[in-house]
Design a protein around this ligand. Structure first.
Ligand code: HEC
Length: 150
């Protein structure tokens, strides 16, 4: 008796307090039904949407979103050698360089680079392709820094 009382008050929050034990399960099935009807299409819709926007990352190099994501990864992993915003340090400055091509950057980031005793490790095992293209987008964006036109 006491147990049932506790159970009943526990369920009161979801509006089931007046339901007897036997009628609880149909209510549950109605919820399952509602979730299936309204939940599934929105999952499916989400999947469909991301498929539509899944164009090659190389086509989105000027997107603000790519550049922002690249900047975050860069500031966490690359500034140690490349300096804040690619200003240079252990490697050459990457700002204001308009000769960089997307392919060159992508390949270099993926495979690494050595210059004298300075070695950049390959990043292809650390970052997936999408993340590497974000880095490319960010580095390309460094040629349009305000300081480049001074
Ligand atoms: C351990 C130091 C180090 C780290 C960390 C590092 N790099 Fe490098 N990177 C170098 C060196 C050294 C070079 C060769 C520089 C040169 O050629 O003057 C280089 C070259 C590059 C180049 C080619 C630049 C050019 O001038 O041709 C790119 C692009 C690049 N790095 C991107 C990155 C990115 C993106 C990250 C972070 C994921 C990163 N690097 C992290 C050391 C590093």
């Amino acid at each position: 008796m006491n147990f049932e009382k506790n159970l009943t008050s526990g369920l009161s929050g979801i509006g089931l307090e007046s339901q007897g034990c036997k009628s609880r399960s149909p209510v549950m099935w109605i919820w399952v039904f509602i979730l299936l009807c309204f939940g599934m299409p929105s999952f499916a819709g989400g999947a469909l949407e991301s498929e539509v926007s899944a164009t090659s990352p190389a086509d989105r190099l000027e997107s603000e979103e790519m550049i922002k994501a690249g900047e975050l990864t860069f500031s966490q992993n690359c500034t140690y050698c490349h300096g804040y915003k690619g200003i240079g340090g252990k490697a050459r400055k990457m700002q204001c360089r308009d000769s960089f091509t997307p392919d060159y950057l992508f390949t270099t980031i993926s495979n690494g680079k050595q210059r004298g005793s300075l070695i950049m490790p390959p990043w292809k095992d650390s970052f997936n392709e999408e993340t590497r293209w974000q880095l490319v987008a960010y580095i390309l964006s460094l040629k349009t820094l305000p300081s480049c036109s001074e």
